[in-house]
Design a binder for this molecule. Structure first.
Ligand code: TYM
Length: 426
């Protein structure tokens, strides 16, 4: 199914009507991700990512920490394997309390992983894959349990007005199940992974949701999320629902009712506001603050700073795209850092900093030496844009094809196993 009802920005994030003009200003001023070099403000919120993001500045403004080479080396030492390509290349670039979590892990203290998806459409795009691929890697490297939240409630409450009226809640619930098929296909361990949709698991989250709501004032929520008086009241209460899974007692069947197991949350940095609130409340609840690992954004085909719409299929690669569609989209729409003519290109070389095909390779071409060879050939003018795109097309087609095959094996029965409320292997 590829009912892409959401509208995406250049960074593949949903633009939501929940932020009206004045709220956007509030959010932008509070969560401003730093002006880019040309001075335009970039916006990073859970509902909107636009403009060219200055990630170093974002770390300063959000108050997180850069992932150092030393931390990457520590990952390698602890897991006994080369660090994931997303860590090696700085795609996961920022963290909160990761050092502390690893210190405790070294001393034998367990942790669990928590991540999620807001099912606003039936198909995931390549950007959504980033945190899930990384979470799956962490699960297999550390052999830890993982919980995955599908916020069908969030997408219902925050949906922007659309022609034909709002989608019924049941559609978001269906999208959630469809998205779960894609998530399972990434390779999560069935013995260690629990997937839940808020609408069906809420009773188990509710005790923690209530604690969080009681400890968070309306002013704090407004400050963090930019809510206004005209937003529906469901939006105001929702952040507590995304916060609750960061506390292990939300999963009594896995960790026990009074448990306080440490939690690590991999996500793109747009989700950080939810977890700043969570961390604040954790201290008041006498619980461990969740640790976080933040990724950069996988850019839209048209490049950073452009806006793309999912109703315009050509603007992103979706996991249900055919080989032919992938080829057409990359060839026609991937913003190129190549020069106007072959002669000029040979003389000046391509610009890898703005070239979308090259950017995509930095995410999905594992081989460091091959990536370096491509970078050097392209920027020296030896490699033309068409050749660069051809390499990317082959890689993406293979990835999406393999994903499709794995997804076909995710039957309803397999899916039900992941959704079953049960004990996990610890
Ligand atoms: P959602 O559905 O917007 O996105 C799902 C996950 O994908 C990340 N993401 C991206 N990463 C890289 N490049 C992109 N272009 C890109 N677009 C999206 C998001 O950061 C997210 O990690 N409210 C959440 C669902 C959620 C959640 C969580 C996410 C519930 N609990 C815990 C992370 C951790 C949402 O709507 O995600």
């Amino acid at each position: 199914m590829s009912s892409n009802t959401e509208e995406l920005t250049s960074n593949g994030k949903t633009m939501s009507s929940c932020i009206n003009k004045s709220a956007t200003t509030t959010v932008t001023s509070e969560l401003e991700s730093g002006n880019n070099k040309s001075g335009e403000p970039a916006t990073v919120t859970p509902w909107e990512v636009s403009g060219k993001v200055d990630y170093a500045k974002l770390i300063e403004q959000f108050g997180s920490r850069a992932i150092s080479q030393e931390l990457v080396a520590r990952f390698e030492a602890l897991t006994g394997q080369q660090a994931h390509v997303f860590l090696r290349r700085g795609i996961f670039f920022s963290h909160r309390d990761l050092k502390e979590l690893l210190d405790k892990y070294e001393k034998g203290e367990e942790f669990y992983l928590y991540t999620g998806r807001g099912p606003s459409s039936g198909a995931l795009h390549m950007g959504h894959l980033v945190p899930f691929i990384f979470t799956q890697y962490l699960q297999s490297a550390f052999k830890v349990p993982c919980v995955i939240q599908l916020t069908d409630d969030e997408k219902f409450l925050f949906a922007k007005p659309r022609k034909g009226g709002p989608l019924p809640l049941s559609e978001y619930m269906k999208f959630g199940r469809e998205n779960a098929r894609d998530i399972v296909a990434i390779g999560f361990d069935p013995e260690r992974t629990f997937i839940f949709a808020d609408t069906s698991y809420i009773q188990h989250l509710y005790p923690n949701v209530l604690q969080i709501q009681r400890l968070t004032t309306y002013n704090q929520a407004k400050g963090i999320f930019g809510f206004t008086d005209s937003d529906n009241i469901g939006k105001h209460g929702f952040p507590a629902v995304q916060a609750a899974p960061a506390f292990s007692s939300s999963f009594p069947q896995i960790f026990g009712i009074d448990s306080n197991v440490r939690c690590l949350i991999p996500c793109a940095i747009d989700q950080d506001p939810y977890f700043r609130m969570t961390r604040d409340v954790a201290s008041k609840m006498g619980r461990h603050k969740p640790a976080l690992l933040h990724s950069k954004f996988f850019p839209a085909l048209q490049g950073e700073g452009t806006k793309m719409s999912a109703s315009v299929q050509e603007s992103a690669i979706f996991l249900d795209d055919t080989d032919k569609k992938i080829k057409t989209k990359i060839n026609k729409y991937a913003f190129s850092g190549g020069r106007a003519t072959v002669e000029e290109h040979r003389e000046l070389g391509g610009d890898c900093d703005i070239d979308v095909a090259y950017k995509y390779l930095t995410f999905f071409l594992d081989d460091d030496e091959e990536l370096e060879r491509i970078r050097s050939e392209y920027s020296s003018g030896n490699m033309l844009t068409g050749e660069l795109k051809k390499i990317l097309i082959t890689i993406l087609q293979k990835m999406v094809r393999e994903h499709r095959e794995k997804k076909e094996a995710v039957t309803d029965e397999v899916l039900d196993q992941f959704f079953a409320i049960r004990k996990l292997k610890l």
